[in-house]
Design a protein around this ligand. Structure first.
Ligand code: CP
Length: 316
């Protein structure tokens, strides 16, 4: 799946080990503290989003601008993909024109497989593939957890909601397990695929809320539900059965934090008032997202020798 030089792209958390995650957190923190990089030549990025986005798209664009990259706009609806051009040919086209880095969100799981096989000079960052993976979200989530606890081993992390359709759940379950955190899941059993059993048990929301250091809430992915599942969905019933209510938050551990990748459907997966509660790190995640995306892009530019080498506490 991943080409030989895996530092050239970021498409999956499977490319990352514990040391790589800690390095990216350190680099993102250095950007928070004012680190600046120097480009050896003008570098151009394009963000190709075939599914809607606020956080990921804006924070990648902000990260690119803060790193000094030229950002070339792309609108799928007015591109030649509407005339039948494939994603691969679109990427070959923008590479030929001089784009160095493509950030792609696409509804198809593993859309990146044929792109990596084509071994383009263009670097690829996966900004979310269907219900597959969301590696940059997972890294910013790891940064948020690390800022709070300073470690991952033994932390109890509960992921609640629509596990089946969530690329965030998949990437986070993979990475948290690799970092020796203890993962458990809650939510509708019909949205808990067997493949997630390898990461942790499915328990009740009440059990999970009482034990967890970290609670990750997930939005119901209506765009990926069948019409039958949509017809049977009731927001009030869902909130009572699986949402983080005021009754449930009263039973949280004092150190517990609440996370949500966004967008939040207030009153469904979480009571609206709890989005800004003292346990919530939801807006912190968004700030960290921009910093982590600066780190992800910087590591790719460093691997391609497009920036002047710099010291980061002994590592480059
Ligand atoms: N978390 C996340 O991917 O949000 P957006 O869809 O707004 O980018």
């Amino acid at each position: 799946m991943v080409r030989n030089n895996s530092h050239h792209d970021l498409v999956s958390v499977q490319q990352l080990d514990a040391a790589a995650v800690l390095h990216k957190i350190k680099l993102a923190t250095a950007f928070q503290n004012g680190l600046q990089i120097q480009l050896k030549r003008p570098v151009y990025a394009m963000n190709l989003f075939f599914e809607n986005s606020t956080r990921t798209h804006t924070s990648f664009e902000m990260a690119e601008q803060r790193l000094g990259l030229g950002v070339i706009s792309f609108q799928p609806s007015s591109s030649s993909m509407t005339k039948g051009e494939s994603l691969l040919d679109t990427l070959k086209t923008i590479q030929a024109i001089g784009v160095d880095l493509a950030v792609v969100r696409h509804q198809q799981n593993a859309y990146y497989t044929p792109i990596l096989a084509a071994d383009l000079d263009l670097s690829l960052i996966n900004a979310g593939d269907g219900s597959g993976e969301h590696p940059s979200q997972s890294l910013l989530d790891m940064m948020t957890i690390y800022q709070e606890f300073g470690h991952f081993a033994g932390l109890k992390v509960g992921i609640i909601g629509d596990i089946a359709h969530s690329r965030v759940a998949r990437s986070n379950a993979e990475l948290l397990t690799q970092l020796d955190a203890q993962v458990a899941f809650a939510g509708p059993e019909s949205w808990f695929p067997n493949e997630f059993n390898e990461f942790g048990p499915h328990v009740t929301v009440d059990q999970l809320v009482m034990d967890a250091d970290v609670i990750m809430l997930l939005r119901v992915q209506h765009e990926r539900l069948s019409e039958t599942a949509e017809d049977g969905f009731d927001t009030v019933e869902y909130h009572q059965a699986f949402g983080l209510t005021k009754e449930r938050i009263a039973r949280l551990q004092p150190q517990a934090i609440i996370m949500h990748p966004g967008p939040v459907n207030r009153g469904v997966e979480i009571d609206s008032d709890l989005v800004e509660s003292k346990h919530s790190r939801i807006f912190k995640q968004m700030t960290n997202g921009m910093l982590m995306r600066m780190a992800i892009i910087t590591d790719i530019l460093a691997a391609r020798q497009l920036i002047t080498p710099f010291e980061l506490g002994g590592s480059k």
